[in-house]
Design a protein around this ligand. Structure first.
Ligand code: S3P
Length: 436
């Protein structure tokens, strides 16, 4: 299957960002571990990744109900907590699909339990590095085995008694941090993590709202073992999904888009900073708090962008948005340089290689480096037919490129967008961008 996208005359209107993927995973997992009853989770992410988490939790004996949302909002779920030690041994292998977040966070939940569990996923997931969670969990006392000397899924969790740890994280990864904090809840002593840089902090915020003693000093996190109290969660809109429309709005020559209900947590909002650094006409409106997370409506208008350098501490704050930032970089004036982003090589695809490859195919002389890319800028993006690399964010970045390119862009296997944003192509169609 394929879709072909061409630039519409204008791009004007309102979009509601779908529920945040990171917050949705956590809302289900953490409430399942609470010992105080049933929680409601509203505006749940419609993506397949979060459904993988729901199905895994059900296989572990958690009662979850799910109803379709109304008025453009995501589904409403209820989750009945069973306490930290209440998970049941599943009858089969647990399938995380394409979801790295499910795999790494569930690893922290499954480690050291007296039930046997096996966690696996699709081809992409089975190639992603899991040694980063297996190694510290093993140091905490867990018994875990996996392919390639315990570095690749399927992962098998056998049991073990978990001890507190003091761990210096080698990568600024929210998935690794969250995994170890979740294991730390059931450990016999304090868990202390030192982060090399800030990464998304939804886990810290949610655990703290659930009554866990978790403190932060600089980049160090200290967590005491603790039970969890149920918390109802209204999931904010996903800034990583909204980012596609932000880039479309600032790059299209006749655009004004209002993106409603966007989560603007500072540890996720690097895309807003980056686009503003590039000279984007992007403003926040009706800033508010939803379930302990900042939310705003984001207004973007056609802008004359210029190239920037993205490196250092901002990179983890926009790591998922770099493929679509590459689209903006191609049409900006002057070159954009991305450094310190080697993590892109181990996402759902090698996002450096994939981005550079399609940009080159569309006539943009981008160059890949070991930890990023150089995009020359001042380009017209040409048309052509491109693969989606089995990566939702690559497929959608190509869709946005099609909304601003000189000639139509055809994207093969576009359905992969459903991993995080099943309604994406419908919105492109609503804007008049879908021609085939
Ligand atoms: C996520 C963290 C990020 C991000 C992923 C979701 C999370 O991964 O790329 O899409 O929900 O914790 P890393 O923490 O491994 O960088």
């Amino acid at each position: 299957m394929s879709v072909t996208i061409a630039r519409p005359q204008s791009l004007r209107g309102e979009i509601i960002a779908p529920g945040d993927k990171s917050v949705s995973h956590r809302a289900i997992m953490f409430n399942a571990l609470s010992h105080t009853g049933t929680a409601s989770v509203t505006n749940f992410s419609p993506g397949a990744d979060c459904t993988s988490t729901v199905e895994i939790m059900r296989s572990l004996g958690i009662e979850i109900t799910r109803e379709s949302g109304r008025n453009g909002m995501g589904d409403s779920l209820t989750v009945k907590g069973v306490g930290l030690n209440g998970l049941q041994e599943p009858a089969s292998v647990l399938d995380a699909g394409n979801s790295g977040t499910t795999t790494r966070l569930m690893s922290g939940i499954l480690a050291g339990r007296d039930i046997l569990t096996i966690l696996t996923g699709d081809e992409s997931l089975k190639s992603r590095p899991m040694g980063r969670v297996v190694e510290p969990l093993t140091q905490m006392g867990a018994s875990i085995s996996g392919r390639a000397n315990n570095t690749l899924a399927p992962l098998v969790f056998h049991g073990g008694l978990l001890h507190g740890t003091s761990y210096e994280m080698p990568v600024a990864s929210a998935q690794l941090k969250s995994c170890l904090l979740l294991a730390g809840l059931r450990a016999d002593d304090t868990t202390t993590l030192t982060q090399p840089a800030e990464s998304r902090d939804h886990t810290e915020r949610m655990l703290s709202a659930m009554g866990v003693s978790i403190s932060k000093s600089g980049l160090d996190l200290v967590l005491e073992p603790s039970d969890l109290e149920t918390v109802d969660i209204e999931v904010p809109g996903d800034i990583s999904s909204a980012a596609f429309w932000m880039v479309a709005g600032v790059c299209h020559p006749d655009a004004e888009l209002l993106i409603r209900n966007v989560g603007t947590n500072p540890t996720r909002a690097g895309i807003i900073t980056a686009l503003q650094m590039m000279g984007a006409d992007l403003t926040l409106h009706d800033e508010r708090q939803v379930a302990g997370e900042p939310v705003a409506d984001v207004l973007v208008r056609s802008s004359q962008l210029h190239g920037i350098e993205l490196s250092g501490d901002i990179v983890p704050l926009l790591i998922d948005e770099i493929p679509v930032i590459a689209v903006a970089a191609a049409v900006a004036e002057g070159q954009t340089v991305v450094r310190d982003a080697e993590e892109l090589r181990v996402k759902e695809s090698d996002r450096i290689q994939a981005s550079v490859s399609w940009l080159n195919g569309a006539g943009v002389e981008a160059i890949g480096t070991s930890d990023g890319m150089i995009v020359p800028g001042d380009n017209t993006i040409g048309g052509g037919q491109f693969q989606s690399y089995d990566d939702h964010r690559l497929a959608m970045s190509l869709g946005i490129a099609g909304l601003i390119s000189a000639d139509p862009i055809t994207i093969l296997d576009p359905d992969v967008a459903g991993i995080s944003y099943p309604g994406f192509w419908q919105t492109i169609e609503d804007f008049g961008g879908l021609i085939g």
